[in-house]
Design a protein around this ligand. Structure first.
Ligand code: SAM
Length: 308
């Protein structure tokens, strides 16, 4: 099988605009190589995806999962305590499946950590595009905070705030701040279901989330209303958004069905659109980015701002 490499032109095609020289350099460092799968393999993988859809043991997201997340990020915290290494912030769930979604098909990564690297690239693209001059950068559902740590390379002065409902997340972030890895970094407790009214954004701040709001299923109203009250300059999401995928496409609909099976985010974009019609907010971007894990294209890009 011929090995292909993701090129700057691929990134520009999925994002719909030119990318910076820095991002092209990052892409070259990440060296994202893959091969195509055969039609027979595709059939096997469709079967695997369908079996997952009817598997009663698959865990669903929701309020009851906080213990699982505490345990998961607790493992990252233990690694950080032992090593003091900021790489301890990288989640242990990447690279679980040998196949990923890329530009409307499944491909087989050759490079290590392909799925981890591609989401890092996409998030760095959004940081360059929307957060480079922000005074505050707030990541909601940040987990161990590995994206936030990379924001510093793009914005040297912003206050970086990582918010998550697990206390393990705050231990990691505040541990990193205290150990001098980034003194202008803070971990704060935040629950999408019960937003913390004492949180105030610094003027000129950007809020973002990556595969985190996904966890609330249909319960996103509290978060939206919170943002409308607190008014950050901009809100950027990389989340699963059913509405930007194609209704009559098998590969896309396997993603949508899996997302629903896991009780991931749903109805979010239609609700933002409704509020936009009411004049409460403005949506600047809504698009798929054609990359994802085996089961789900979970990183569609939405950018919006509360109206003032
Ligand atoms: C799939 S992880 C994503 C973590 C990180 N954003 C990333 O990109 O790797 C989902 C995150 O959402 C957090 N989360 C889940 N439900 C939440 C809630 N109700 N409030 C705040 N955070 C929540 C979890 O603790 C976890 O850190």
């Amino acid at each position: 099988m011929t090995v292909q490499t993701i090129q700057p032109a691929d990134l520009e095609a999925i994002l719909g605009e030119p990318v910076s020289e820095r991002l092209k350099q990052r892409l070259a460092e990440f060296d994202l190589r893959f091969t195509e799968i055969t039609p027979q393999e595709r059939d096997q993988y469709i079967l695997e995806a369908v079996r997952a859809l009817v598997n009663p043991e698959i865990k669903v997201a929701g309020e009851h999962r906080i213990g699982d997340w505490e345990r998961g990020w607790g493992e990252n915290f233990d690694i950080f305590c032992k090593t003091g290494n900021p790489d301890a912030a990288v989640p242990l769930y990447f690279g679980k499946h040998p196949i990923v979604r890329w530009r409307r098909r499944w491909v087989r990564p050759v490079s290590e950590s392909f799925d981890y690297r591609i989401i890092c690239l996409l998030v760095e693209y959004a940081m360059e595009r929307y957060m480079k001059d922000a005074a505050g950068i707030y990541e909601f559902g940040c987990g161990p905070g590995y994206h936030l740590l990379r924001a510093r390379k793009i914005n040297p002065t912003a206050r970086l705030v990582g918010l998550d409902w697990t206390t393990a997340s705050q231990k990691i972030l505040n541990g990193m701040a205290a150990s001098g890895i980034d003194p202008n970094l803070e971990g704060r407790n935040f629950d999408f279901y019960h937003p913390d009214e004492t949180l105030e954004f610094l003027p000129n701040s950007v809020a973002y989330s990556v595969a985190a709001l996904e966890q609330v299923g249909p319960r996103h109203e509290e978060f939206i209303q919170f943002m409308l009250r607190k008014k950050p300059e901009l809100v950027v999401h990389f989340e699963p958004i059913d509405e930007v995928l194609e209704k009559d496409d098998l590969h896309d609909q396997l993603s949508v069905l899996y997302s629903n099976k896991r009780n991931y985010l749903r109805g979010y974009l239609p609700r933002l659109e409704e509020l936009e019609r009411e004049g409460r907010l403005t949506i600047h971007r809504k698009q798929r980015v054609h990359s994802g894990s085996f089961f789900i294209e979970g990183h569609s890009l939405i950018v919006w701002s509360p109206n003032r």
